[in-house]
Design a protein around this ligand. Structure first.
Ligand code: CP
Length: 290
């Protein structure tokens, strides 16, 4: 299948190429695809990924159709495959999809046009991981040997699962921390204090209540007291260490209000970088370079 479904499909050199191209676009490189049409189909709520993909397409001169599932024939029982096949028949040059089902794209193998995965279940979020990597690269100019600790609801997080695989491949040391009930063994677990002291990158995650089959064992207040990153805790971080968060953030739960935009936070820079990463990915796929 064409497009970008998972980062595991890409070689490490291709990941680095995307980041370097996104940096060139951020520095002002201009490319245009004015004869292209694409559609965004979000079957799960989103602010950043949805509108950042649309912004990226607008920056590239691509005409965009923004599908609204609630007023579509999905309500009449139309399948995902038939919906996407329809957009292919309408002449789209590419489609962005977010869907709550893990690896929904396995149902779409007969689709010929590129598909850009905007997140599937708790499995993959390739462009989020790429924008995280771009933000890290801008800060440290390298990945080798950096320590990243991902804190929070690891087991329900496609961001954590995507990042852990690719960060290890790029030579980073990746650890997880937070409530033990969310430790799914996807990386080595370390206590929070150790994570705060040793990490070059602290990546915080929202508790994803909407995916929970069982109620979290602690209250949100208890979570904040035990695992939330407060201004006081940031003072124990290395001097050049940074805080990332894919957002949306839950202020007062995993992150204190005054940490969201503190000196160490790169949360809004991540969002800005997301536009350039998505421009880079779309451009490379449309040019047949990915
Ligand atoms: N980071 C992220 O995927 O945010 P949205 O759910 O708002 O797209």
């Amino acid at each position: 299948m064409k497009g970008l479904l998972t980062l595991s499909d890409l070689k490490t050199e291709q990941i680095l190429d995307i980041i370097h191209y996104a940096l060139e676009l951020k520095q002002g490189l201009s490319v245009s695809y004015e004869n292209k049409k694409m559609a965004t189909l979000f079957f799960e709520n989103s602010t950043r990924t949805h509108y950042s993909f649309i912004t990226a397409m607008m920056n590239l001169g691509i005409k965009v159709i923004d599908f609204n599932s609630a007023i579509s024939s999905v309500s009449k029982g139309e399948s995902l495959y038939d919906t996407i096949r329809t957009f292919e028949a309408l002449g789209m040059d590419g489609i962005v999809i977010r869907h709550p089902k893990d690896e929904y794209f396995k149902e779409l193998e007969k689709i010929q046009i590129p598909i850009f995965n905007g997140g599937d279940g708790a499995s993959h979020h390739p462009t989020q991981s790429l924008l995280d990597l771009m933000t890290i690269y801008e800060e440290f100019q390298s990945f080798q040997g950096l320590k990243c600790c991902i804190i929070g609801d690891i087991s329900h997080s496609r961001v954590a699962h995507t990042n852990i695989e690719v960060m290890k491949r790029l030579g980073m040391e990746v650890y997880i921390s937070g409530p033990k009930e969310f430790d799914d063994g996807s990386a080595a677990y370390i206590p929070l204090e150790q994570a705060i002291n040793c990490a070059d990158i602290l990546m915080l995650l929202r508790v994803q209540f909407e995916r929970h089959k069982e109620k979290m064992k602690m209250s949100t207040l208890e979570y904040h007291q035990s695992f939330g990153i407060t201004k006081k805790k940031t003072e124990q971080m290395k001097s050049k260490a940074i805080i990332l968060h894919p957002a949306p953030v839950n202020r007062g739960v995993e992150i204190a209000d005054d940490v969201v935009e503190c000196d160490k936070s790169r949360i809004y820079k991540q969002m800005t970088n997301g536009v350039y990463i998505r421009m880079a990915v779309i451009s490379m796929v449309l040019d047949g370079k990915l």
